[in-house]
Design a binder for this molecule. Structure first.
Ligand code: AMP
Ligand code: GLY
Length: 436
């Protein structure tokens, strides 16, 4: 079968690799010359921007007799590429635009949960003017979060006490959104530990993946600006050290009910990956956000553990025949190498040098980098390469990941080394115990 992978980060590199290991032929649409994805692709179509190149992308798919499309990033989903491909006769793993609102609109998601009595939201309200904003923030005792209602690459959310030091700063951010003709949601600030649960979904059936924890803050100890994610870990029992079985069941049930609610609300089946971002709190599991795609870096951890072949999962998703999906009982740790200053002011001249000896300890997936004609790998303002290892325990995976990382060098690079280390995990366990 011929698969088309859209996107050219580390997530798409591993999706392409797993499809190719399933015996599929991989074609890819790339926005940077990712050396890993290029090396496993039969053919690539470089584009500057997906949205302006729709005709080229469809022509490429026709020419190469694509049987199935896998859309990696949120942007093409938000712009209706799934709708476009289905209309042209190409089955797609990745939801239609109306369903991708689960990621693109915070207000849509909160209202969907309310309409279908899925009681997992904090107190919230949508606003398109300043009317009632101050009163609502006061009602929440100034423990609140302001969320721009649209895609902002993780930068539209500001949390009181973290990004907003006082009520005037909160009101200032709301005014700023209004002056840009935006709308926003204000909600109660949840206290707890974050985790994610992704599920393959064919519109009716779900197959859940192991729970996983990302690290959004740029620096060790969870400080610094928010990023796309610096690294993740998952455990061999498919739960996380700070979660109990009830919390895992709650998260799975929320994903199942949301998939059903999406169908009931739109009449369309959600075919793709449903990514629930949750907070385990003293009052059970609450929803923070949904993504309409594989997480990045989560995909590197979980696809490394996947035992069922990815091409057949994709076929089952588009045909509505999804059954069970198996993951090995290993732990995983993934850490990103990024340009120094990533998240605020990334170094413009960072380069990446990879010594292939890493492969004895880990896998490496290239992200937003470019392989130049002279063989030098240059970085962009985003993440550069993901190093991922598996092991019988998180500790074993973490140590292998660090050894793998020691074979990656270059100018002006940075990695968050505390991810998956026992000190940080113990901090999360203690936090949850004190809340429970
Ligand atoms: P989002 O884009 O919705 O994932 O938000 C980005 C980050 O903001 C999340 O990963 C959380 O750390 C934080 N956040 C979002 N909503 C809340 C909330 N209601 N309470 C506490 N933190 C939140
Ligand atoms: N790692 C979080 C995301 O993919 O949105």
């Amino acid at each position: 079968m011929n698969f088309l992978v859209m996107g050219s980060g580390a997530r798409e590199h591993i999706i392409g690799e797993k499809l190719s290991q399933s015996g599929a032929t991989v074609f890819s649409i790339i926005t940077n010359s990712n050396p890993g994805l290029i090396s496993i692709s039969e053919k690539t179509l470089p584009v500057n921007n997906f949205v302006n190149e729709q005709k080229k992308i469809i022509d490429f798919s026709v020419e190469n007799r694509i049987d199935c499309v896998v859309i990696g990033p949120e942007d093409p989903l938000a712009h209706g590429f799934s709708d476009l491909f289905w209309k042209k006769g190409f089955p797609v793993v990745g939801p239609l635009r109306i369903l991708a609102q689960i990621e693109t609109s915070k207000g849509f998601t909160r209202d969907l949960l309310t309409k279908y009595n899925i009681d997992s939201s904090p107190l919230y309200k949508r606003f398109d003017s300043m009317g009632g904003v101050k009163e609502f923030i006061e009602l929440l005792s100034e423990n609140y979060v302001v969320k721009f209602d649209g895609l902002m690459g993780g930068k539209g959310v500001k949390v009181s006490g973290e990004h907003l030091d006082n009520i005037d700063e909160g009101l200032g951010y709301c005014k700023d959104i209004i002056s840009r003709k935006g709308i926003f949601v204000i909600e109660e600030k949840l206290i707890g530990e974050e985790f994610s649960l992704m599920s393959f979904c064919d519109g009716k059936n779900l197959a859940h993946m192991p729970a996983i924890q990302d690290h959004k803050r740029a620096y060790d100890g969870d400080v610094g600006p928010n990023t796309g994610g610096m690294g993740c870990y998952s455990d061999s029992n498919h739960s996380l050290p700070f979660l109990n079985d009830t919390e895992i069941s709650e998260a799975r049930e929320i994903n199942e009910r949301v998939a059903q609610a999406l169908f009931d609300h739109t009449g369309e089946p959600y075919r793709g990956i449903l990514y629930g971002g949750f907070m385990a709190t003293a009052n059970g599991v609450k929803l923070i956000e949904y993504n309409a795609r594989f997480g990045d870096p989560e995909a590197m951890n979980l696809l490394s553990l996947l035992k069922t072949d990815l091409a057949s999962i994709c076929n089952d998703i588009v045909e509505g025949n999804l059954t069970s999906v198996n993951f090995s009982n290993y732990a995983s740790v993934c850490k990103y190498v990024v340009p120094k200053g990533y998240g605020s002011n990334p170094a413009k001249d960072a380069t990446l040098i990879v010594d292939d000896s890493y492969s004895k300890y880990s896998d490496l997936y290239y992200a937003a980098v470019n392989l130049n004609k002279d063989g030098i790998i240059t970085t962009t303002s985003s993440r550069a390469a993901a190093i991922v290892s598996t092991g019988k325990s998180i500790k074993e995976a973490e140590e292998k990941c660090e050894t793998g990382l020691s074979f990656v060098s270059g100018k002006n690079l940075f990695t968050r080394h505390d991810i998956g280390k026992s000190e940080l995990i113990q901090k999360r366990i203690n936090h949850m115990e004190s809340l429970r």
